[in-house]
Design a protein around this ligand. Sequence first.
Ligand code: GUN
Length: 288
Amino acid sequence: MTATVIDGKAFAAKVRGKVAEHVARLKSEHGITPGLAVVLVGEDPASQVYVRSKGKQTVEVGMNSYEHRFDADISETELLETIRQLNNDPDVHGILVQLPLPKHLNEDLVINSIDPAKDVDGFHISNVGLLGTGQKSMVPCTPLGCLMMLRDHHGSLSGMDAVVIGRSNIVGKPMAQLLLGDSCTVTIAHSRTKDLAGVVRRADIVVAAVGRPEMVPGDWIKPGATVIDVGINRVDKPEGGTRLVGDCQFDSCAAVAGAITPVPGGVGPMTIACLLANTVTACCRANG
Ligand code: GUN
């Protein structure tokens, strides 16, 4: 293996440390404790794990954590009323509605009912527009974490060829906007892209965010390129049990790449660290 393995776990711990220092200062100098409200609808096991982890880490950095759990059959009216109350609560600086929502709820309507200033996920249409036009916004946590690792590794990204595989609103599209903002030449590839291998081979930076286990083999990677693997896929092991893998074949990609994020321990831990950082940012903006 030749690639440097980017340690997202250690990086995230550093980010959380800085957040904790900032929170302590807000408390001692201004008497303010940032608060993050997380809304979970239904019993999706993966969502429950994420929400528990978010709540735990929020408290660990000294912030207030508010959890609102609802049965899967909650009405849209009741959910919107909860968000209205959180929007008006001065102790709540960040609001996150865990996705996906049950099918009978209009996800766009729900997300767009969050006060954009409290939208720490950066999913509200106003924040999407602000990011797209290069204005100050709330930036989605996973792409923000990827950008921080890329900047840390490379310094400037200016002029680099970046390929983002995946066009989701949560990762692919905002990731492309952030890379463009850092003056990369950006291609968004997706399931209909012709000659995906050829497109990826041109890239100095590959961000894989498709949710397909080990889809990207090492021979798609340009020697020395940086590979950011956003995928977290649980697959069966031949001997029984399961293991987590990314969207990239780690061993073959690491053999050619200059740097690569592992799964687990790469992008994953950075997402919650960035959520905490966004909550502090929202709190500071709310308090001038
Ligand atoms: N579900 C999967 N990823 C995310 C995320 O980043 N934010 C929210 N709210 N839901 C998610």
